[in-house]
Design a binder for this molecule. Structure first.
Ligand SMILES: C[S@@+](CC[C@H](N)C(=O)[O-])C[C@H]1O[C@@H](n2cnc3c(N)ncnc32)[C@H](O)[C@@H]1O
Length: 391
């Protein structure tokens, strides 16, 4: 088959895939693709790899080029997000020779020669948190983030040596943080199970807002699968920890991860933080609370670019209302003079600074530190973290 014919066929497949995905838009693209390939077993692994890349790139340009065909959008997206592409070679032949140019050069060419405009990719830029440059944020969406691990204390040498032996290319970002190419199959590397956690680099940086002292009692109120609790226990193993979440199933994942990390002593409860928490906790008060709140997840859209175009302002309002409700309920379980660490993986001020302002104004908390932890310098996710102390 000629290369041109193969490109035409790939575009047809993406068109069909997008039509089917339109009907199942509530599931993540990654899950949809797994099911799509199960239904299309004739596709070989090379076809699957190309089709997945095209589908992800299609979504990376968000709401730009709204009236363009799938083929036109794919050509622009491939030009922006790839350093080699047959789609660009056949559909944008005049621009193809610039495919290895810098991202800014490619953007300038597209804006001069096509209807593509950077500002159209994501229209709600005015709502970003302070410190998040909107152009830089949008450009970060064109790049597939890396995979990050946090090596558990005392295992740095063993784990990096095993990565080297396995021929994995990695970057060390600090004493414990390592970046790996996305898709690295860590489960296949012998001898490292239980010695590392998969955790984004910015998520690892939230440790500096926690600062617990030996013997203190802490509550991880939205513990999920335990990412922040594992971080806390690695730095402060003497902490008396309560973990809770509204979902019992996710806490079972937490149990497994705690077990693998050798953490045996902790309390666990299912708590819906939108209800009266005293029904479960009575008047118990903690020396510290981590509130890693449910949020839009907009800081992780580099991994889930399908969210960019399906997103609307209503979603921010809904999460901000939930976060206000939850934060107000949680704070009464904090001892005076003690910290609450508020975390989101959102880039929107309404979910970040506005919730901090609510805790200050309505609950008298004193703000010690507040930062937007931008992930794009490291090819990672962005997060927000604040440390507030109860008066
Ligand atoms: C950002 S995730 C937590 C991630 C986790 N801390 C970690 O580091 O792996 C937010 C969590 O809030 C939980 N959640 C959502 N609504 C809740 C509610 N009403 N009450 C308690 N937890 C809730 C979700 O189940 C989810 O696990």
């Amino acid at each position: 088959m000629s290369a041109e014919k193969r490109v035409t066929q790939q575009i047809r497949t993406v068109e069909r895939l997008l039509n089917e995905y339109e009907r199942e838009r509530n599931i993540p693209l990654a899950r949809f693709l797994t099911a799509f390939y199960k239904r299309n077993r004739q596709m070989g692994s090379n076809d699957r790899r190309v089709i997945s890349r095209l589908a992800y790139h299609y979504f990376r340009i968000g709401t730009a080029l709204p009236v363009a065909t799938v083929a036109e959008r794919l050509a622009v997206a491939e030009f922006l997000c790839s350093s080699e592409s047959q789609v660009v070679q056949y559909l944008l032949p005049d621009l193809y020779r610039f495919i290895q140019a810098t991202s800014d050069e490619k953007l300038a060419l597209l804006e001069a020669h096509t209807g593509f405009r950077l500002a159209d990719v994501f229209p709600l830029q005015g709502l970003l948190s302070a410190g998040m440059d909107s152009a830089v944020f949008i450009k970060s969406l064109f790049i597939q983030p890396d995979l990050f691990i946090r090596i558990r204390r005392g295992h740095q040498r063993e784990v990096t040596a095993a990565l080297t032996d396995a021929g994995v290319s990695y970057r060390e970002l600090g004493e414990y943080a390592v970046a790996l190419p996305n898709g690295t199959r860590l489960g296949h590397i012998a001898g490292i199970t239980g010695k590392y956690e998969v955790q984004d680099y910015t998520s690892q940086q939230t440790a500096k807002y926690v600062r617990a002292s030996a013997g203190e009692s802490w509550w991880d109120a939205c513990a999920g699968a335990g990412g922040k609790s594992l971080l806390l226990m690695d730095h402060h193993p003497e902490t008396a920890l309560l973990v809770s979440d509204v979902r019992g199933s996710i806490l079972r994942n937490l149990d497994e991860r705690f077990d693998a990390a050798g953490i045996k002593s902790y309390r666990k409860k299912i708590i819906d933080l939108t209800r009266d928490t005293t029904a479960v906790l009575g008047n118990e008060r903690f020396d510290g609370i981590i509130l890693d709140a449910p949020c839009t997840g907009s800081g992780t859209w580099g991994r889930t670019p399908e969210m960019i175009s399906s997103f609307n302002k209503h979603s921010i309002d809904r999460f901000a209302a939930l976060q206000t409700h939850i934060a107000g309920n949680v704070v009464k379980h904090l001892k005076p003079g003690k910290p609450m660490v508020y975390i989101t993986c959102s880039v929107f001020a309404q979910e970040n600074e506005n919730i901090v302002a609510y805790l200050q104004e309505s609950h008298g908390l004193h703000l010690e530190a507040m930062d937007l932890l931008a992930g794009y310098p490291y090819k990672g996710d962005s997060m927000f973290a604040a440390r507030l102390v109860r008066g």
